[in-house]
Write a new protein. Structure first.
Length: 441
């Protein structure tokens, strides 16, 4: 591997073994107010953030300002003739903490349409990338190219009072949310439709216009986009994408920079990229079994084969949830209404019946139930969107609503630079031996 790489690997193996043994013996020891195991294992369960926009309960699922997803589907404003909530309404709820009137929601739709112009240099930047560049890479680069439009960056450089930060962050956030569907749709048409781009329709709502620009005019697909953009918008503040936007924003990076950083986190397979991995796994299942309608017995055998190869079943399990993700339930309800006989959708439902008992039998899985990613791909494929590499971009456009609403709150409340303390394993060992405080250097 090379001299330096070999030396590093040898050192890392030693430290990894030390940490494993230390956690086995001392993992439950309390340091300050947390366990040693939490320090080493992703800070799980440590409350260290405030997020006003949503709260995730392990058993009740996600609530936006105390409203559940069924509540939102019932109470938020709809498009004319539609039955799914307009995501603009959720954005208002996350910002203002109360349900909007229909006029409030339609006002936001109008404001976003007026702010949606994307400068040509953004498209030129995207066009400079190789066609095989992953859509999420193109998307984040497009956002970074758009950063030239940041009012916060300009006004901060010119000098401004910190009590005014929130106002300019708010304006930048509205501009960015307005422009994201245009950038995302441009990337979709560039990569998958031969560069045959579709201009915005100023009479449509935010999600409906996004569907239109991607080339999907079916009204039920527009409804799916409204639902998708709503249920993927936020998942409290500790997940990778939301936390990253908060962290980078705490340095007073403008919303474009903070959002782009968060979306680089969303692109990871343990976060937003999982929706791509789910449908890819299902396609592989169907290909190996040589059928579009596998039986539950066939699915069970394939699941066991996946697990025996040391792989995970994508779309199952969640870091916090200990029940079926309510977002999965919402998509299932949508599927039963719009596509009850679709073979792929029915396969997703059969997987839902098969996988949890198998995972439970292992005795190691805290949550064997499906998360939001387990269902979304099958709904998109039904309408012809088979380009699963693009699914995380859809997620990213939606997630902007939550993370940017939270960023507005961060600046309005004057939250400081985030800077947790870190220590070395040497200090941890000295602390366990009683020779050093855990906060030493």
């Amino acid at each position: 591997m090379g001299i330096i790489k070999d030396r590093f690997r040898a050192k890392a193996d030693i430290v990894a073994t030390d940490i494993k043994e230390m956690l086995k013996e001392h993992g439950d020891k309390v340091i300050g107010e947390v366990h040693l195991s939490q320090i080493y294992q992703g800070m799980r369960g440590i409350t260290g953030l405030v997020s006003e926009t949503s709260l995730l309960d392990a058993h009740d699922g996600i609530r936006f300002r105390s409203y559940s997803i069924p509540d939102l589907r019932k109470k938020l404003a709809k498009a004319p003739g539609g039955s799914e909530p307009l995501p603009e309404g959720l954005f208002y709820l996350m910002l203002c903490g109360e349900l909007p009137e229909d006029d409030d929601v339609h006002h936001i739709s109008s404001v976003l349409q007026r702010r949606s112009h994307v400068p040509n240099h953004v498209f030129d930047t995207i066009e400079s990338l190789p066609m095989n560049t992953h859509p999420m890479t193109q998307f984040v680069i497009g956002v970074m190219a758009l950063q030239t439009e940041s009012q916060f960056a300009k006004k901060y450089a010119a000098g401004m009072n910190k009590k005014d930060y929130w106002e300019i962050v708010f304006d930048d956030s509205m501009d960015l949310i307005a422009r994201l569907p245009r950038i995302a749709a441009y990337i979709y048409r560039r990569k998958y439709k031969g560069g045959d781009h579709i201009q915005p329709n100023g009479l449509l709502d935010w999600a409906g216009n996004f569907a239109h620009m991607m080339g999907y005019e079916d009204e039920s697909f527009k409804e799916l986009m409204r639902l998708y953009m709503t249920i993927h918008a936020d998942h409290e503040g500790g997940n990778v994408s939301a936390h990253t936007v908060h962290l980078v924003g705490s340095a007073l990076s403008d919303p474009y920079l903070a959002y782009a950083a968060g979306m680089n986190g969303l692109a990871g397979p343990l976060h937003g990229l999982a929706n791509q991995e789910v449908i890819k796994w299902i396609f592989e299942l169907l290909e190996e079994l040589k059928t579009e309608t596998p039986t539950k017995e066939q699915i069970a055998e394939y699941v066991k084969k996946t697990l025996s190869e040391g792989k995970v079943v994508p779309g199952y399990g969640h870091a916090v949830l200990r029940k079926t993700d309510p977002r999965f339930d919402a998509q299932m309800e949508f599927g039963k209404k719009h596509m009850p006989d679709d073979p792929l959708v029915n396969t997703v439902w059969n997987i839902y019946e098969v996988v949890p008992p198998i995972l439970e039998s292992l005795g190691k899985v805290k949550n064997p139930w499906p998360n939001v990613d387990a269902h979304s791909g099958a709904l998109l494929v039904h309408y012809g969107m088979k380009e699963y590499e693009f699914y995380t971009v859809l997620f990213a456009v939606s997630r902007a609503l939550g993370v940017l609403a939270s960023l507005c709150w961060d600046r309005a409340l004057g939250f400081p630079l985030e800077r947790p303390k870190s220590v070395s394993t040497r200090v941890v060992k000295l602390w366990l031996e009683g020779k050093e405080t855990i906060w030493g250097d």
